[in-house]
Structures are given as structure tokens and as C-alpha cells.
Design a binder for this molecule. Structure first.
Ligand SMILES: Cc1cc2nc3c(=O)[nH]c(=O)nc-3n(C[C@H](O)[C@H](O)[C@H](O)COP(=O)(O)O)c2cc1C
Length: 388
């Protein structure tokens, strides 16, 4: 087993272990992938201020987001098809998160169902909702998440239409999958992954199959999901969903200051400043660049979580120091899961916490709560000078 010291190491093992079509599904953005690339490269532009002669003995990375205490302010983001990266992937990622003391978010488009995850772990998790045209189905999903004791509803707002990722089309990644000769040849080489998959609890969308009338085979599932995302989702509908849920709500996919103000207006508890990891609007600015204008717009009236592009504890530190209350990671934990299952997710979290803790110390801070802009060197014009 190679020595694993950073997230990129996990990615290399993941790439070897998992069928190409699922690796590509993770490792791509929409269209030209500009936003996908810039999400990470923009973090590199921000530098850190080194501080010395500070007592670094009692350090803490612990944080609180929406009233929930966590060992570090990093939640696992909702990721569709996680259970295809590793057998029972959602159950394993949820357990790793729970043991580590950070929130796990289950996607609507997961392989394991809400009930599978609830049975597998003892604490609460967050549930991510895609609103569907079938309003009865959406209501039942909300009720199922309530019954499972989910502690927050994460409503994703940036996917009323599915961004096009060229690799997915070429690999035939759709529901049902269109298996090309290249895909079949590649699947045949991934026997470690395949053997484990044979014993997986599920291999299809666990929150849908068995919960919608007439969806019982891959073809009917494909037809249903292809036309189900609700194109008419607006702020009125969001308010109604929030009412229906009645608990903590996080609105995910906010990248514009005016939208952030609307999130405050409808009474959400938090927003996720996100461009869906560069998978939706290609050409949008990176989340880290949009963070300051959004923080300025909401002025502390709502908690702000940031995702898209985080690949290290240094990235987490930069987001927190710029003013985010918390962060989410997507690909960083999926690399770990695909590489080594639950242990890989734990490894990803350990790597990020160690990097966050050491970087914080070298910046002369002992508690993530004290991080601020004074720890950063932000290039002039980082947010960009765009005409109105
Ligand atoms: C493979 C993949 C699948 C995703 N599926 C979902 C999803 O089902 N629901 C959702 O709200 N976001 C989804 N996202 C977006 C993530 O929640 C998160 O916003 C994104 O991964 C953050 O960027 P990062 O991967 O660079 O950390 C997905 C992201 C990836 C990479």
C-alpha cells in the first residue's frame, strides 16, 4: 500500500480502482470545465501570513454550523451515485463522517436510501433535496427525511437543468447506462470494485425505486428522472418547501449576492456558496471569489458555508479566514471512498484536519474561530473587476 499523505494520493488510488465511467463522472465539470478548474486554482492565488513566537500548545479545529457542533467546520457534501464508487458508499461515508464528528449530507440521487443510512448510523445526518415535478413524491421524500430524524434539509437550487458533461455522454453514463464497448472493456479490469459491488445492498437509486409507481426497471427509472427536475422552482416554492419541512434549512447553490439576500428573506438558516463543483454553469466565477461579495450582502444575517474546489486543509482555512462559517467537500471524500471505502473517507478527513490544524498553527492561531482576513494575503482585485 503506498504512503498516503494528501488528497491527491487518494485520487490516484481511486482512479486505478474504480471503473472509468464513475471516475470521469466525479472528475469533470460542465462544458469547457473552466469553472471546475478555477474553483481550485483560485484558492492557490490566496496566500497565508506566517506568524511566529505564538504559544501553539492548545489548539482546536472545532466549529459550529447551524447550531451543530463538529470536530472541524467541514461537512460532506451531497454526491449522487456515491454507492457506485464503492459498494454501500453512502452508508460507509455517513459512518465515517459520524465517527469523525462532522455532518454527512445524503443526496436525493443516492444509491443507498434515506432509510438505509438512518439504520446504519446512530446520529442524525443532513438530507439534500432536489425538487421534482411530482410534488407528491417531493412531499413523501421530505416526510421520509423527517421520519429518519435528519437534522437539516439542504435544498439544492442550482440544478433545475442538468449541466452537460461531455465525458458522461461519451461514457454512456445515464440511467439506464448505455454500455459502450470501451466501457465494458474497462469494467472488466476493475474486478476488486466488481466483486464488492456484487454484495452491495443496492445498485440503483434507493430514494426513487420502490417509492414511485411504475418505476421498477432501469428504463422506466431513466425516463422518469430525465424529465423530473422541476423547471418552475422559484422563491415561493422554496418558502413552501421550507414550511413543509419545518426544521433547519440550508439553501445550496447560491453564487450571487442578490440571491443570498433572498435566502435571508425567506428565513433559511444557512446558504452554501457553491457552483456545484463546476458541474452546472460553466463560466461562473469560483465560489471562493464570490464569497466576499456574498458575505458583504448578507452582513451576518445568515450562516455561510462554502464549497467547490476544496482539496486541502489549507483551502478550508482560507475559506474560514475569509469569513465562511463552514465548508463542504465533495470530490475530496469521494476520492477516499472510491480508493478505500469507509477507511478512505476517514483518511481524507484526517488529512484535511491535520493540514488545517498545522496551517492554523503556523499562521499563529490556535482556534479556527479566531481565523480572519488578518491571516491572509489576498491579491488586489481578487473578486474581479466586472462591469455592472
Ligand atoms: C460526482 C458528483 C455528484 C454530485 N451530486 C450532487 C447531488 O446529487 N446533489 C447536490 O446538491 N450536489 C451534488 N454535487 C455537488 C456537491 O454537493 C458539491 O457542491 C461539490 O462537489 C463541491 O465541489 P468539490 O467537489 O470541488 O468539493 C455533486 C458533485 C459531484 C462531484
Amino acid at each position: 500500500m503506498p504512503v498516503i499523505t494528501n488528497i491527491q494520493d487518494l485520487k490516484r488510488i481511486y482512479e486505478r480502482r474504480v471503473p472509468r465511467m464513475f471516475f470521469d463522472y466525479t472528475e469533470s465539470g460542465s462544458w469547457t470545465e473552466q469553472t471546475f478548474r478555477e474553483n481550485s486554482s483560485d484558492f492557490e492565488q490566496i496566500r497565508l501570513r506566517q506568524k511566529v513566537a505564538v504559544d501553539m500548545s492548545n489548539r482546536s479545529t472545532a466549529g459550529t454550523v447551524i447550531g451543530q457542533k463538529m470536530t472541524m467546520p467541514v461537512a460532506l457534501a451531497p454526491v449522487g451515485l456515491t454507492g457506485m464508487q464503492h459498494a454501500d458508499g453512502e452508508m460507509k461515508a455517513a459512518r465515517a463522517a459520524q465517527k469523525f464528528g462532522v455532518p454527512y449530507t445524503l443526496s436525493t440521487m443516492s444509491i443507498n436510501s434515506i432509510e438505509d443510512v438512518a439504520e446504519h448510523i446512530s446520529g442524525p445526518f443532513w438530507f439534500q433535496l432536489y425538487t421534482m415535478k411530482d410534488t407528491d413524491y417531493t412531499s413523501r421524500l421530505i416526510q421520509r427525511a423527517k421520519d429518519a430524524g435528519c437534522s437539516a434539509l439542504v435544498i439544492t437550487l442550482d440544478l433545475q437543468l442538468l449541466g452537460q458533461r461531455h465525458k458522461d455522454l461519451k461514457n454512456g453514463l445515464s440511467a439506464p447506462p448505455k454500455l459502450t464497448p470501451r466501457t465494458i472493456a474497462n469494467l472488466a479490469t476493475k474486478w476488486g470494485w466488481g466483486i464488492e459491488m456484487l454484495s452491495a445492498k443496492r445498485r440503483s437509486f434507493g430514494n426513487i425505486v420502490g417509492h414511485v409507481d411504475g418505476i421498477d426497471d432501469p428504463a422506466s427509472l431513466g425516463a422518469w428522472t430525465a424529465e423530473q427536475f422541476d423547471l418552475t422552482l422559484d422563491w415561493d416554492k422554496i418558502s413552501k418547501l421550507m414550511e413543509q419541512w419545518g426544521g433547519k434549512v440550508i439553501l445550496k447553490g447560491i453564487l450571487d449576492p442578490e440571491d443570498a439576500k433572498m435566502a435571508v428573506k425567506v428565513g433559511a438558516d444557512a446558504i452554501v456558496v457553491s457552483n456545484h463543483g463546476g458541474r452546472q454553469l460553466d463560466g461562473a466565477l469560483s465560489s471562493i471569489r464570490m464569497l466576499t461579495p456574498i458575505l458583504d450582502a448578507v452582513g451576518g444575517d445568515i450562516e455561510v458555508i462554502l464549497d467547490s474546489g476544496i482539496r486541502s486543509g489549507q483551502d478550508v482555512l482560507k475559506a474560514l479566514a475569509m469569513g465562511a462559517n463552514g465548508t463542504m467537500i465533495g470530490r475530496s471524500y469521494i476520492y477516499g471512498l472510491g480508493a478505500m471505502g469507509q477507511k478512505g473517507v476517514t483518511t481524507a478527513l484526517e488529512i484535511i484536519r491535520k493540514e488545517l490544524d498545522m496551517t492554523m498553527a503556523l499562521c499563529g492561531e490556535t482556534n479556527v474561530a479566531n481565523l480572519g482576513r488578518h491571516n491572509l494575503l489576498i491579491p488586489e482585485g481578487f473578486e474581479g473587476r466586472w462591469q455592472d
